[in-house]
Design a protein around this ligand. Structure first.
Ligand code: ZN
Length: 115
């Protein structure tokens, strides 16, 4: 995934409480962030693609047939200074469905940036 020009790399300007009100189950997401923060706290200042990953997993879980016991995502951080992130979504029925969820999650997240 590559962030579009103008999309902040981090979530500092996001309306976290609004997003968490709209998608309350994001609070229950397990998150391997290396800082022992639950995702609700991690959301306040993390890579935007990381937030997209969690929201995409949540959208898939909300969809008919989404299975929270197998759905999960992983996002890699580029080490070469680029904005190209590798994201893998596990537990979906098809890669096309996962890609659609990622794109939709990015659109939704963009609406929650306040600055
Ligand atoms: Zn996470």
């Amino acid at each position: 995934m590559t962030l579009a020009p103008g999309v902040p790399a981090r979530t500092r300007g996001i309306d976290c409480s609004g997003l968490l009100r709209a998608y309350p189950d994001l609070r229950r997401h397990a998150c391997d962030n290396g800082r022992h923060l639950d995702f609700a706290h991690e959301l306040a200042d993390t890579e935007t693609v990381h937030a997209v990953e969690h929201l995409a997993v949540e959208l898939l879980a909300c969809a008919d047939g989404g299975d929270r016991t197998v759905l999960r995502g992983v996002t890699g951080t580029p080490t070469d200074g680029s904005r190209v992130h590798r994201m893998k979504i596990y537990g979906t029925r098809s890669p096309d469905v996962a890609l659609s969820a990622v794109r939709y999650a990015a659109e939704i997240l963009g609406a929650y940036y306040t600055s």
